[in-house]
Design a protein around this ligand. Sequence first.
Ligand SMILES: [Mg+2]
Length: 216
Amino acid sequence: MSSKLVIFDNDGVLVDSEPTAHRVMSGYLTELGYPTTLEESLHHFLGNAGRNVHQVIADRYGGSLPEDFTARCHERVFAAFREGVAAMPGAAEVLAELRLRGIPYCLASSSDHAWIDLTLDRAGLRDLLPPGAVFSAQDVGGVGKPAPDVFLHAAAARGVAVHDCLVVEDSPNGVRAARAAGMDVLGYTALTPEQQLVDAGATGLISRLPELLDHL
Ligand SMILES: [Mg+2]
């Protein structure tokens, strides 16, 4: 496989933000009377950026959440991120290696720019991902994955054809978005069972980020 642009998801691929985000979210849901474990939160909401939480609570409990749940939850998650966010193992090394080899790369995320900036900053990845290499669903009218929009936008902005892009994604929705964009996608199995990524259409799998280098 030869690729001209590597596109990374952020949460759960470059930054280890998911355990923190879901610890906060499950705690908040439990506080509101909907007992939710960290594992349940990861299972239901990973890669959804909290967008379908109202639906899940309606389906599971026949209940409803405050209108501003997502905004309040984000405030709590941001406060936790300010305390620190780790990079995923090998993330800095892989980005540095791509830069060294002259292989272009960028980031495309459903999260908004404030979230991306804060996590990259705390994880120490900012220098490896300058603003021109960071794309958010915010840039495409807030349309997140599994819609292909943010990936298509990143490829167009970098002037690369979709079939010359290789995406790295950890969530089924992210894999679906990449496939819908017509891109090859490596499913990163750090947080999601391999089969779910295969079922979503992953064209390859990696269990550690440095394995990406074997696919270029
Ligand atoms: Mg992700």
